[in-house]
Design a protein around this ligand. Structure first.
Ligand SMILES: C[S@@+](CC[C@H](N)C(=O)[O-])C[C@H]1O[C@@H](n2cnc3c(N)ncnc32)[C@H](O)[C@@H]1O
Length: 475
């Protein structure tokens, strides 16, 4: 979990372990610790430990100045830039606890965006503790969660229930998606886990529980998840310039935000590999299915030749992509006269654009990729994921089904179809797809990296699905 207990927090640790021991059925904390150390740490045990060792303190509009800056500066600027073009916003409450922070973001958007219904809004909210996630999904809160909200707030956005609690209104709740994620061991910026191309990430009041080395790792990983120009907010007590060297520090009245700016962050580029390390084709089938989409018009007079993977722009772009510098990778490929040619170069560009949230362009390059290699399941997968992000679930489902037609063992396509069904309330279909995913995952070693996942391992996806099912309210 990456949690660090310095000597002054030893009493907290003892208290938490004693509570966990009780839940595990041990009278003595030390016996429980011996047992934990002597046996494999299963997902179920990890979840009990996460419940007791993490601190679940949060409330609506906590550290309001940061949210004020989002409402007055950051979000209006994003909205202005995208209105009438790509009407899309992606926010992430990382370590969301019981959901107050994520719902605060949703309420904020409702307040400042009158035509919210015409926007494709993602508010991802993640936490390691399945118990707080269950509370977040239920969306029912007591008075204490509202201690910093103005009069009338509860009445406006919540429904009062008989037990003197307040349940978030469905139109706000539906804006937020809760997922189980461990900030410490999860890969960031993965289309597969929807942690790519974020505009704003709030990661507050959690970094303080990690070691400095762990904190740096988490921040670097969140940096990758942001689009160029995207924003990260930590808690004021966690903000220090040394911890965020890859960001530009932006000082606002009463709050500090960190902005990802490619112009200001240029670590030395590792020597370019001779061939593309980032691209692997997951396709195994060779047949050309009848449903393959017609090639999109390509501004080329002749058929594109196969990509020369040793050509400098391609190799450099692949190396930039590997470093998470997706915007630069895309620009490098787009600068090639006539655009990149061949399935590998098109796929690299499509991925880089998708990771930057440039979805319409990414889709166009997916189409070229598929036109160049119709049997590459990975091309259809990326197309499906991009369509999902664009808010076109029907077309996305068709694309993902094509993936499985080409390669029935494409784990992430089953997972994506499961998520799609879950979001639409089709629980039987979700269970079926998650079941297929788990069955395929069992054939792999926990450390195996899944194709097309940007580094997600089989073990981690297994944990995610297990926790996801645990966080789901009983139906
Ligand atoms: C104090 S709450 C912060 C909630 C909210 N961000 C806020 O500022 O009010 C800290 C949360 O971090 C979560 N957490 C701790 N370690 C984590 C990890 N490794 N990955 C994800 N979440 C973690 C805990 O479960 C807890 O819900």
């Amino acid at each position: 979990m990456g949690l660090h207990f310095p000597p002054e927090r030893m009493t907290d640790l003892q208290r938490s372990v004693a509570a966990a021991a009780e839940e595990f059925g041990f009278g003595e904390a030390t016996t429980c610790v011996d047992w934990l150390l002597a046996t494999p740490l299963t997902e179920a045990r990890l979840q009990v430990l996460a419940t007791h060792l993490t601190i679940g303190e949060t409330y609506f509009f906590r550290e309001k100045k940061t949210l004020d800056i989002l409402a007055s500066h950051v979000l209006p600027e994003l909205i202005r830039a995208r209105r009438g073009r790509a009407q899309r916003l992606r926010l992430w409450s990382a370590a969301c606890c019981s959901g107050e922070e994520a719902y605060s973001l949703a309420i904020l958007l409702q307040q400042i965006l009158p035509d919210l219904a015409d926007w494709q809004v993602t508010i991802l909210a993640t936490d390691i503790n399945p118990r707080v996630l269950r509370k977040a999904v239920a969306g029912s809160y007591g008075e204490w969660s509202f201690r910093e909200t103005p009069a009338g707030f509860k009445e406006r956005y919540f429904t009062r229930t008989g037990d003197r609690r307040y349940t978030i209104r469905p139109e706000i709740a539906k804006l937020v998606t809760f997922e189980h994620r461990n900030l410490v061991d999860d890969v960031s910026s993965s289309l597969a886990t929807d942690t790519n191309a974020m505009d704003v990430i709030l990661c507050r009041n959690v970094l303080m529980y990690f070691t400095p080395a762990q904190t740096r790792k988490v921040i670097a990983s969140l940096h990758e998840s942001l689009i160029d120009g995207g924003w990260l907010a930590a808690s004021p007590s966690e903000s220090s310039q040394q911890l965020f060297p890859e960001f530009v520090t932006r000082n606002f009245p009463g709050a500090i935000l960190y902005q990802k700016s490619r112009a200001d962050w240029r670590p030395a580029l590792a020597s370019a590999p001779a061939s593309s390390p980032a691209i692997t084709s997951a396709a195994t089938a060779t047949a050309t299915p009848a449903w393959a989409p017609a090639p999109q018009p390509v501004p080329l007079t002749t058929a594109p030749p196969a990509a020369d993977t040793r050509s400098t722009p391609y190799a450099l772009a692949a190396a930039l992509y590997e470093q998470g510098r997706y915007g630069e990778a895309a620009e490098m490929l787009l600068a090639v006269a006539g655009g990149p040619k061949g399935s590998e170069a098109c796929s690299l560009l499509a991925r880089a654009l998708a990771n930057q949230g440039r979805l319409a362009e990414a889709l166009g390059w997916c189409d070229r990729w598929i036109a160049a290699d119709k049997a590459d399941a990975a091309g259809h997968y990326l197309r499906g994921v991009v369509l999902l992000e664009q808010g076109d679930p029907d077309e996305a489902r068709r694309a993902l089904q094509r993936v499985l037609y080409l390669d029935p063992s494409f784990v992430l396509a089953h997972f994506a179809l499961g998520n799609l069904a879950r979001r639409r309330g089709q629980h039987d279909e979700a269970d079926r797809q998650f079941g297929n995913t788990l069955r395929l995952l069992r054939r792999l070693a926990p450390g195996d990296r899944l194709p097309e996942s940007d580094g997600l391992t089989a073990g981690r996806l297994t944990q995610t699905i297990t926790a996801l099912t645990a966080a789901e309210p009983t139906r």
